[in-house]
Design a binder for this molecule. Sequence first.
Ligand SMILES: Cc1ncc(COP(=O)(O)O)c(C=O)c1O
Length: 453
Amino acid sequence: MTSLSHPGIDSTRMQPPGSHLIKFSFDQVLPVVSHGAGVFVYDTDGRRYLDGCSGAVNANLGHADPDVLRAMADQAARITFAHRGTFHSEHAERLADRLSELTGYPYVFLCNSGSEAVEAALKLVTQYWRERGEPDRGRFLSHRIGYHGSTVGALSLSGHPLRRWAADPLLHDFNTLTPPYSYRYADGRDDTAFTEFLLDDAAARLDDRSGTLAGVVVEPVGGAAGGAITPPDGYLAGLARLCRERGVPLVTDEVMTGLGRTGRVLAAEHWDIRPDLVVLGKGLGAGYVPTSAVLASREIVEAIGAGTRAVTNGHTHGGYPLSCVTSLAVLDVIESRGLVAAAARLGVRLRAGLEELAGRHEIIGEVRGKGLLQGLELVRDRDSRAPGDPLGSLTRALVTSAQEHGLLIYPATGGVNDAVLVAPPLISSPGEIDLLLELLDASLTSMKACSST
Ligand SMILES: Cc1ncc(COP(=O)(O)O)c(C=O)c1O
């Protein structure tokens, strides 16, 4: 043992022998990654995997894009890091200009991860109220089922029992809005009646202790908790109206959905809403660098401009040159190759294929989602809609079966149901979408064979 080891602790008894790394699951045996190219990832045994979930729904350009790698190498040779407290950065300015042109939001704050950007959005909202002389507004509302990240503020918004468990004593219970999850919460209502029910519930919660309410944070299409939960059509516009009527900022968390994933630049565009703040993450760095951003409306930033004129929140690497140049290269690829429109087009093909699979595989209870963010809810029994027993077991079985067939899909149970995300890179060809569907079909078939033995 080296002198850095804690005396008396035998690390080999805590984890599998030979590893000093704390892993997600101590007992899981995983393949060792070697390299990636386009929509494929390879392990060190030479096995090829079709990346049907873009890593963690972030590698939207696939792997090893030559244009992005070239931009990164050029910038790395100049300078990788300069602190934004010391130097003005033309790269950060250019990235903010570009995001502003693309989305119409006038202001951009840069961070490193989705969780950090969610925290930054919460703090911009609480600062907005403080600048306006209402310092008691510190309470947020979010959906009972949802995921916004693993830091304390973000987890307080998240209805993701698995992620909340260890941190529970630190967390607030902001996640109280009824989720727009028709499959399990509509209770026989049609979309119109369910929307009305959801909005009545939201209005009551917005008005309860309204003097302390700071803002509302939602995913326009759910991701990691529940699996692409897609609201009924009138819901988000109705929620935006309720917030506007009460002067409460609405924040949409587009860490997973943003920058083309759903077939629009922002998923909010599907329902013509314009939230006060938008959080971007995953697709902004696309797996090449960890980076994220908050897009902010004029009203929020002008309240700060008319007050303290300073934002004290920040992280060492927020907006550093290498990350900004990489994001600019990612945005170039998205725009020059028309990837937003491609996601809409390929999404139609993927959805049709998934619906066809649902027609043949009883285990698929529902197919839902937008563009290239599709989810499958898995059930033991279609009539009762019973999830796996134990919860999560169907998800694990399908993800494992897919991996054995050389296909990567994303577990999205979140401890609330059994579900997976199917979210291939935006650069996929139609043939690669068809290959994904073929591999998924085989994975579902052998999973059935498994469960019937
Ligand atoms: C909607 C949403 N928000 C926030 C996050 C947190 O992002 P990160 O893991 O980069 O901190 C995630 C991650 O899955 C997410 O899906």
